[in-house]
Design a protein around this ligand. Sequence first.
Ligand code: XIL
Length: 434
Amino acid sequence: MRSAPFTLLLSAFLCAIGCSDGGDGGAGGTGGQGATGGTGGATGGTTSTSTGGTDASTSATGSATGSTSASTGDATSSTGDATSSTSGTGGTGGGMAVRTPAASASTLREAGEKANPPILIGAAISGGGLNNGDYKRVAAAEHSYVTAENEMKWDALEPNPGQFSWGAADNIVNWARSNNMKVKGHTLVWHNQLPGWANSLSGATQVEQAIRRHIENVMGHFKDRIDTWDVVNEAVITNSDTGVGNPRMRPSVFFNALGERFIDLAFQIAREQDPNAKLYYNDYSIDALNDKADFVYEMIKGMVERGVPIDGVGFQMHIGPPNNEAGGADVAANLRRFADLGLEVLISEMDINRCSNQVTAEEQLEYYHDIVEACFVMPECTAITFWGINDGRSWLNSWSGALCNGQSSQSLLFNDQYQKKETYNKVMDALMGR
Ligand code: XIL
C-alpha cells in the first residue's frame, strides 16, 4: 500500500508538468481483491502489485507521456491548447497536457513518430495482402503498428486443443518487424472465430484450463516480439449493434461457464505471462456516449478498482452500419473519462462505412478528421489503427451486417489503386494539428 504523502507528492509532480486532475483518485484504494479464481500465489502477487500498480501505472502513463513532453509539451501547450479548443476536445478536464504535432511530415507514420509524445499509426494487415507489392509498400510506408486481421485469432492459432499453428501469424509478425513496425496481438479471448472444440467446452474447470493454456502458449510464443495485447474482445452487447438498449454481458462459452470473472482471469493470466506487456480490453460501438460505452466504462472502472492488471481500452471505431456513428466531441469526452481512470486509450480498428449512404461523403470526411483529432490531442491516446489499407480489401464489403452487398464500403484511406483518398488528407490534417 502506498503512503499518502507519496501519492500527494506524485500528483503534485504530475500536475507541475501539466496533468489532468487525475480523476477521483479512488482507483487505487482497494487493497488487493478476493482472489479471482484460484490462480494461486503468482496471481496474488501480480494482483497486489498491480493494485498498487493501477495508480502507479496511471502515474506511469502520465509521467511517461508527461515526461517525454515535459519541457516542450508545456512550452508548446499554448499551441496545443488552441488547437484542441477549436475542436472542443478539451472535454471534461481543462488544462491537461496535449500532444504537439510534428513540424512537417510526408506520411501518416512520420506524423505519428514526430509528434510529441509520438503516437502509433496502425493498420490491420492480412496475410493475403502481403502477397501484393503495392499493399506492402503503402502499409509499411504509412504505418508503424500492425494488427493481424485474422491470423492471431483463436481458430487460427489453436485449431485443435493444445495444438498450435503459428505459420500465418509468424509471417505477419516477421514482416512487420523487418519494417520496424510494432505489433499488437489480437486477440486472446473472444467469442468469435473460435474453433468448434473451444465453443463446445463446458464447465468452469474446462473453460478456465482452456483459457490458461491458450494465453500461456500464445503469449509465450510471441514473447520477445509482441508486448501489446488485446486480452479480451467484445464481452458486452446491447440490443442494437449501435450500442443502444439493455447493455449486458454477452453470452459466450467463457461467460456461460465462468460468469464475468472470465475477464479478470484472462488479464491475470496474461500479466503472469508478461509483467511488462500492455494489456487491453477492446470493443465496438463504445466510441461515443451511449449505453454500451457507459456499461463498459463501469466494468473497466471496477476492474481498475479491484486491481485487475489492465493498461488500456481499445475503441474499435467501426463507424457506420451496423455500428455506431460518433462525432468528434462525443469521442473526446468518452476517451477522456476512460483516460481519467489512469488508462491508455486507443483507436483500434477504425473504418467508416459508406454503404447504404447512411454516412454521407461529407460526414465521412468530418468524422475522419474530428475523431482522429480527438485521439491525437490526448497524450493518453497511444495509437490509431485503421482496419485495413485499401477499400477493395475492406472486410465491410462482404460482411452482410454492413449492408454493402458486395459493393465497396469506401471506408478506408486508399482506393483500389492504392492512391490516397480525401479521407487520407483529413487524417493527415488532424495528425498535423490542422
Ligand atoms: C474481422 C475481419 O476483418 C474479417 O476478415 C473477419 O472475417 C471477421 O473479423 N472486430 C474485431 C475484428 O475485433 O477482429 C474483426 O475483424 C472486426 C470486428
